[in-house]
Ligand binder design. Structure first.
Ligand SMILES: [Zn+2]
Length: 1014
């Protein structure tokens, strides 16, 4: 908003420019516009968490900072860049959106008028905001007195609330859908199984909500927000192309510009993001009264939408497989078709909770305005009448009954949204309908007895999930084939496969079959469906096996920046004439690090091909690479500096200890040969936000009073009042009244959640999910699941710690999320705990996943750290990471940061990365843990901080392999930059268990976890 401009006139021009020449242009002349404006006003009172006292008064406040909505002590200027004419640029934005609307309309030729109108509305909904940012325009504040949300937050929130308000009345439904048991659904034997399961959930749950939005507008979806949401773009592109919702590419017939816009927003091709499981399996919607006659009908319709969404996915997979003509696809196509009766229906229903808003509103009015205690009780509200009366007095602009009633109505409207989003499930039981998800039964009742559904064999159980009856059993035998001994299918299985495919298979084809469907595997109908989906979709993703992930970190570096190292290594292997059984070592290394065209790498397969057992193959391979590298370094064909540079980049470390490694010359550099060796391990990362639920329910980490004081102070200090200062005084009065209201109705220290607040959390989660993908992909990991707060990923071992650090930084590394250079919304100001588990390729993946999860819940989520500084004892909870190793059983828990309010006293990741680099380069002996324990023994718990510091430095010093006294001291300094005496404990303060002392004891534990990979 700018002073001195006729806003209404400017808005009208803007709207005309957008809608001109489209089928929805007529709405510009809508005669009931005044009713819409009235509805907009009422909807806006939902949207403000602030009570606007007396309408704000005269005067205008100029203010150009956006504050983090959760912790407003962080702010960012949103002044447009110098020399940018905002008015003229906003006209450009309108012209671009108009172009999208017109091209979409052309593509939609022939669809019914009402459908066309909604789709065009959705085009407008989805493109306006990114177009604005793509022109480098910052968002403006919706209201300068509440600088925590932007005009976009406000407008999108009001659009949603218009579903609730109709003809000045409140009605409609709030609905939550959820697919319970995500963990179980995602578990699998292969990385591909897991990825595809997660992709299925993201897509099917999203498609359920999107089907509603296709008819009623995207504003019906509250969370995950459709704003800047790659899946919303996917839906829209597919609506325009009149295809299924799951298409994974920008199909022809769709305005190409839509895809380009989306790609520009994320700085990534949009198709790449469509392939990522970025949407959680849970959603909330707000539906207009006319959607259904009651809450039960709402849940029925949503459930039906879910079934249709699942069926469409089934059709897509079937279509892709059956059209492929490849022998593997042909076989799975046949199995899928014969199971269609089962798998074309979802494995279970959804959990649904629907709240009838009119009913809650009715009781809320009775409770707050009519002081009915039974209504309050029904709603679970405790109202402090005196305090409430005071609030009303504060916000009413006069003493008249009419004014007081107006203030009361505003209060009730605000409370309705807060109550529904924070206690929806509970309210649905009293004021709506709930449905519990029931798993699909594999039995039916017929002729007086239970029969199993067609195509399943109830005598055997699925070996992936352990739950379903078998739909495909691949009995195995142990055969001596042309390439040594291996597991194979039995003759019966082969003849069944060949009969289905319609011809005999060549040995190469048989090998492909065995790789995809392991001999001995038993697959239930849904696990088979997932495997089939993976086959149908895998062309669209770059790598998927755990072998790939294990190798990918090194492989990427050696194919890119450090290609020269790979070439010299291969040269050296050739020079050594190194062989691995029947294979030349250099060929094997080339295969593992360079790979073939779209080939899924398989270490076991390669071992077989070379005629060696797996273990023999791996140990000979490791030895050959290490030796070849050492020769290359010693003879100078690989330069020490290059290898050091490679190690620093691979680990994602900073430069702190680099100089020290380089000072060691060739003698030190040869140690780094260890991190050129092909890996047979990878890491599982599980990360989870500490307090997103609390943020969603209006909690601020700085407390309500502080929250308000901070904002008021900033407005006074940096705002410029134009005209009467009444505007500022009223704002302050209104802030205080809002705090009193929270207390008067028993919300305690929480802000009443408004749609704009809710929208900000959801947008932040959406953009964080995309950022997390980017972080993981940059270091060649695989994102298995992401919902913006929790993440599950598989990572190469060497870069795993750096990824964990960056994932943590995606929360509060910066306090605002950006699109390009434009600040768009707040980041979530809460800790983010993680579990990083190093596992071997031969470990049982689903088991290790659980282990990683258990460790996350047992340590980082329950740990408290205490330390002492000049002002006394400090403590901090959660926000930690647990590192563990499946083979050695070692566990280490570290705080992400040791923080003193806003400034981090210590960044544990930097310490750990320095440690990794020091160990990898041999600057630090790998025996530090044993040495430390010999020295300290059982005395650890009783030692004072100062003693520990002395011992730590002593043990480190004598394990450093640097001759120069000064350099040795320098390294010890780098490794011990941490406040001493930080202690962590799990459990409550009375029953402290598992006490850990930072940094040294934790170093020792960290050492144990990671030293095998260095
Ligand atoms: Zn199964």
């Amino acid at each position: 908003m700018r002073q001195g401009i006729d806003h209404e006139e400017e808005a009208r021009k803007f709207a005309r420019r957008i809608l001109e020449g489209t089928a929805v242009e007529k709405y510009l002349e809508y005669e009931e516009w005044s009713k819409v404006i009235e509805a907009d006003r009422l909807a806006a009172s939902f949207d403000r968490w602030l009570l606007i006292a007396g309408g704000g008064g005269k005067g205008f406040l100029q203010y150009e900072y956006l504050h983090n909505i959760f912790d407003p002590s962080w702010s960012h200027s949103i002044r447009p860049p110098q020399g940018v004419d905002v008015i003229s640029k906003s006209r450009d934005a309108a012209t671009i959106v108009n172009y999208y609307l017109r091209t979409a309309e052309k593509a939609l030729d022939g669809i019914p008028q009402d459908r066309l109108a909604v789709t065009l509305y959705n085009v407008l909904y989805l493109t306006l905001e990114p177009v604005w940012y793509s022109l480098n325009l910052p968002p403006s504040l919706a209201d300068t007195r509440t600088p925590t949300h932007t005009v976009f937050d406000h407008n999108y929130a009001v659009a949603s609330m218009l579903n609730v308000v109709c003809n000045g009345k409140v009605g409609g439904y709030y609905a939550m859908i959820d697919y319970p048991g995500v963990q179980k659904f995602i578990a699998g034997r292969k990385a591909g199984d897991m990825w595809v399961s997660s992709w299925i959930l993201s897509n099917v749950v999203w498609a359920t909500g999107y089907r509603v939005a296709e008819s009623w507008g995207l504003d019906t979806i509250l969370t995950p927000t459709p704003r800047l949401n790659p899946y919303a773009f996917k839906g829209l592109v597919n609506t325009i192309a009149k295809s299924t919702l799951y298409a994974v590419e920008c199909v022809s017939g769709v305005p190409e510009e839509l895809c380009n816009l989306a790609s520009r927003v994320y700085g990534l091709p949009i198709e790449v993001l469509w392939n990522q499981p970025l949407v959680p399996a849970t959603m909330s919607l707000v539906l207009p009264r006319v959607y259904a006659s009651d809450a039960v009908e709402v849940s029925g319709k949503l459930l039906e939408a879910f079934r249709i969404a699942w069926r469409e996915l089934y059709e897509l997979v079937k279509g892709r497989l059956c059209g492929k003509g490849n022998y593997l696809s042909a076989f799975l196509c046949e199995r899928l078709v014969s199971l269609s009766e089962v798998v074309s229906e979802p494995p279970q229903g959804l959990s649904i909770a629907v709240v009838n808003l009119e009913k809650v509103y009715h009781d809320l009015k009775k409770c707050v305005i009519e002081e009915s205690s039974s209504a309050c009780e029904e709603l679970g509200l405790t109202v402090d009448r005196k305090a409430l009366e005071k609030v009303v007095k504060e916000v009413a602009s006069g003493d008249s009954t009419k004014e007081k009633e107006r203030a009361m109505r505003e209060i009730v409207t605000k409370l309705l949204y807060h109550l529904v989003v924070t206690r929806g499930a509970e309210l649905a039981r009293k004021y709506g309908a709930t449905v519990r998800a029931t798993p699909r039964s594999f039995w039916y009742y017929s002729g007086g007895r239970l029969e199993s559904v067609a195509g399943v064999d109830t005598n055997h159980v699925c070996s992936i999930c352990g739950d379903e009856p078998s739909a495909l059993k691949l009995s195995k035998t142990f055969k001596s084939g042309g390439r040594g001994f291996e597991d194979d299918y039995s003759d019966e299985v082969w003849s069944y496969i060949e009969k289905t495919v319609g011809r005999t298979l060549a040995e190469r084809e048989r090998a492909e079959f065995r790789k995809f469907l392991k001999p001995g595997e038993v697959l239930g109908p849904y696990c088979l469906f997932k495997r089939a989906s993976y086959l149908a979709l895998r062309d669209t993703v770059s790598f998927l096996s755990t072998d790939d992930i294990a190798l990918e970190g090194i492989s990427q570096a050696l194919q890119g920046e450090f290609q020269v190292i790979l070439e010299r290594l291969l040269q050296s292997l050739n020079g050594m004439n190194a062989s691995l059984g029947k294979c030349r070592a250099s060929d094997v290394v080339r295969y593992l690090y360079v790979g073939g065209e779209r080939e899924v790498r398989d270490i076991g397969e390669k071992a077989l091909e070379c005629g060696l057992t797996y273990d023999e193959f791996v140990s000979r391979l490791e030895y050959s690479v290490r030796e070849a590298c050492k020769i290359a370094v010693r003879s100078g064909i690989v330069k020490s500096e290059e290898l050091v540079e490679y190690a620093v980049k691979l680990l994602g470390a900073n430069d702190a200890v680099r100089e020290l490694i380089e000072s060691g010359g060739t003698t030190t550099a040869v140690n780094l040969c260890n991190i050129l060796v092909p890996q047979t391990s990878y890491a599982i990362l599980r990360s989870d936000a500490d307090d997103v639920g609390k943020l969603m329910s209006g909690w601020s980490p700085i407390g309500l009073d502080n929250y308000v004081n901070t904002l008021v102070d900033h407005l006074r200090k940096h705002g410029e009042v134009i005209g009467s200062t009444e505007v500022l005084e009223n704002a302050e009065r209104s802030y205080r009244a809002s705090v009193e209201l929270s207390r008067a109705i028993g919300l305690g220290d929480r802000v009443t959640v408004s749609p704009a607040w809710h929208n900000a959390v959801s947008l932040s989660l959406m953009l964080t999910a995309v950022e997390d993908y980017r972080t993981i992909n940059r270091r060649r990991g695989m994102l298995v699941y992401s919902g913006g707060d929790d993440v599950l990923a598989l990572l190469p071992v060497h870069s795993a710690v750096a990824v964990a650090r960056d994932i943590r930084k995606n929360f509060t590394g910066d306090y605002f999320r950006k699109v390009g250079n434009v600040v768009v919304t707040s980041t979530l100001v809460t800790g983010r705990s993680a579990s990083l588990r190093f596992v071997n390729l031969k470990d049982l993946m689903s088991q290790e996943m659980w282990e990683a999860y258990e460790l996350l819940e047992s340590f980082p989520k329950r740990v408290t750290w205490t330390w002492e500084d000049r002002q006394g004892w400090k403590d901090a909870r959660k926000d930690s990471i647990v590192l563990s190793d499946s083979r050695s059983g070692a566990i280490a828990v570290l705080p992400n940061y040791v923080r003193d309010h806003r400034s981090a006293v210590c960044d544990s990741y930097e310490l750990v990365l320095n440690l990794l680099l020091s160990v990898a380069s041999g600057l630090l002996s790998k025996n530090v843990p044993e040495d430390f324990e010999d020295f300290v023994g059982a005395a650890l718990d009783v030692l004072k901080s100062e003693d520990l510091e002395t011992i730590a430095r002593y043990v480190l010093r004598r394990n450093v392999r640097l001759r120069d006294e000064n350099l040795r001291e320098k390294l010890v300094d780098q490794l011990t930059r941490v406040p001493y005496g930080v202690r962590g404990y799990v459990g409550d303060s009375r029953r402290r268990t598992d006490v850990r002392v930072f940094p040294f004891e934790i170093y020792v534990r960290t050492f144990r976890v990671v030293r095998r990979y260095l």
